[in-house]
Design a protein around this ligand. Structure first.
Ligand code: ADP
Length: 312
């Protein structure tokens, strides 16, 4: 089983508007409300791939109930810990080709709720082969919280894939136990290492990835959007390039990549198969209007056209 962790889920609300008028009323009869947060995107994509997945994290209030209901209707297994404060809304207004977002920070998780979650998590990982941890932490959780989850997972000999950024990622890397995979994009890597990287100078990225801070992480996939990825597996580097596709909505493609990797790992794919599969899953997400959804047929057709070149 693959367990996905979402510590700050949201209801993602999107309002498509012909134009956004500031300081006056904007009306719309088109609204979409879905269970969101990076971890839930990962969950849905694994479910689309027919993987055995269970979603966990924290949920609170009416918003939490809405998210739980959405997952239930989709037939996705879940075991969240209840919290007192309300789960958040994330609002995206789509107007004139722009996307204006209003993101709530979300609820504060109390110490007691944190302990309840950890008890729940310890039970779940007894049955998990793979755990994915994605996105930001809710307020109240310590910045090394993901490191705690990595440690608990490794103790159970399950593989843990981490896709987070900023201080949470920094703390994960500083810990004694290392995740099996991290998947920063170039911007997240630049923030982490306080150095601006460019897609035209990937050899600089390569040099950074052999620094001690990354030691012990079996897989590092630096995703590059439509340009594919630079991947490191153990001591080998690979450049993955993709065929051109018509992207409809690339939001959540990184989450789909993590989902594809988790699924591929559960199917015991070899390293080249894994790389092609996870990249193709990211691409398939970019082809869908809805964030965190893929069509498996698209994945298969991309795989044949993706190239993986070992960098000597
Ligand atoms: P993130 O969403 O974390 O920023 P990326 O934008 O790098 O991640 O996307 C992750 C993967 O999804 C890419 O490596 C690629 O396989 C696929 N992808 C994303 N955007 C596109 C696109 N416009 N065209 C084709 N594939 C894409």
């Amino acid at each position: 089983m693959i367990v996905t962790v979402t510590m700050n889920p949201s209801i993602d609300i999107s309002y498509p508007l012909a134009s956004l008028n500031v300081d006056t009323v904007n009306r719309t009869d088109q609204v979409s409300k879905t269970a969101g947060g990076k971890g839930l995107n990962v969950t849905r994509v694994i479910h689309d791939l027919k993987g055995d997945v269970l979603a966990t994290g924290v949920l609170g209030g009416y918003h939490g109930a809405f998210i739980a209901d959405e997952l239930k209707h989709a037939g996705i297994k879940q075991k969240f810990t209840d919290i007192k404060e309300e789960s958040r809304d994330s609002i995206a207004v789509l107007h004139e080709g722009n996307q204006t977002e209003i993101l709530e920070a979300g609820p504060t998780v109390s110490y007691e709720e944190q302990q309840n979650f950890l008890e729940n998590f310890k039970e779940l990982i007894k049955k998990a082969k793979i755990v994915t941890i994605s996105g930001s932490l809710a307020k109240g959780l310590p910045s090394n919280f993901y490191q705690t989850l990595v440690q608990l997972t490794e103790e159970q000999s399950a593989k843990v894939l981490v896709d987070t950024s900023g201080e949470s990622l920094h703390q994960v890397l500083a810990g004694k136990q290392k995740p099996f995979l991290i998947k920063p994009n170039l911007e997240e890597l630049s923030t982490l290492l306080r150095h601006s990287f460019s897609i035209d100078r990937l050899e600089e990225v390569q040099e950074e990835l052999i620094q001690p801070i990354f030691a012990g992480i079996e897989w590092i996939i630096v995703s590059l959007g439509k340009a594919g990825a630079l991947a490191k597996h153990k001591d080998c580097f690979y450049r993955v390039t993709l065929p051109t596709i018509k992207a409809v909505n690339p939001v959540g493609s990184g989450d789909a990549t993590v989902a594809g990797f988790a699924y591929g790992l559960s199917q015991e794919m070899d390293e080249i198969e894994l790389l092609k599969f996870c990249m193709a899953t990211g691409m398939a997400n970019a082809q869908e209007g809805q964030t965190g959804h893929v069509s498996p047929v698209n994945i298969q057709s991309h795989i044949e056209k993706i190239t993986v070149k070992k960098i000597e």
